[in-house]
Design a protein. Structure first.
Length: 209
């Protein structure tokens, strides 16, 4: 169980700062780089503060994973809310899904998203956090489909997210050879299944602008 330091405003602020620093290191360098000393340096706090607020490296990494997932979920939800409602074609729907889930995030952030799946397998204690994030992704995709006037049953949304995850992983695997537009690559990969998994509810609008 995570050690609970006194719940003072200063204590809560320091714990949050450490979680943010751990999340930044996780995103930039991967989970193996999340260490007490590195997090303390990133946060600009004494090394002892990491062991004061987190009683193990696992607890510190859990905070990094939780923070990273929360930041990503917030960004996706904000992009989804900004998406106008209209009946979209398969191409427009694929672009909308990719734009909401991938956006203009840098390679390191997209790699972290895929890395978390592996991390949850190797460290079951993180599985609940990663599963919750997957549920949030599915919820956002369902909202995009609803705004696009398309069917969005949970089973079909789950399949669509799986296609998106696979497309993103393939893009990452290309490394330096990957096209500069990951969202475009994801959209290209899922456009063929949009009409199958999320058929239109009404005639497509001429424009969503």
């Amino acid at each position: 169980m995570t050690r609970m330091a006194p719940a003072t405003p200063k204590g809560l602020a320091r714990r949050q700062l450490l979680a943010e620093a751990a999340g930044a290191i996780l995103t930039e360098y991967g989970h193996e780089a999340v260490r007490h000393r590195a997090v303390a340096q990133e946060a600009g706090l004494p090394l002892a503060s990491t062991t004061y607020y987190f009683n193990s490296l696992t607890d510190l990494l859990r905070a990094a994973v939780q923070y990273t997932c929360e930041v990503d979920a917030t960004a996706m939800e904000q992009r989804c809310r900004a998406l106008p409602e209209c009946a979209r074609s398969a191409r427009e729907t694929a672009d909308a899904i990719a734009g909401v889930l991938v956006g203009d995030w840098p390679m390191t952030r997209l790699v972290t998203r895929c890395e978390l799946f592996v991390l949850a397998v190797r460290h079951p204690e993180f599985a609940e956090i990663v599963t919750q994030r997957h549920d949030q992704v599915s919820s956002v995709v369902a909202q995009v489909l609803a705004k696009s006037k398309r069917h969005h049953s949970p089973e079909q949304v789950h399949k669509l997210v799986a296609f998106e995850d696979g497309a993103l992983l393939e893009w990452i695997s290309l490394g330096d050879q990957a096209p500069a537009d990951p969202a475009g690559c994801v959209a290209d990969a899922i456009v063929e299944v949009v009409d199958i998994l999320a058929p239109a509810l009404e005639p497509v609008a001429t424009s969503c602008n």
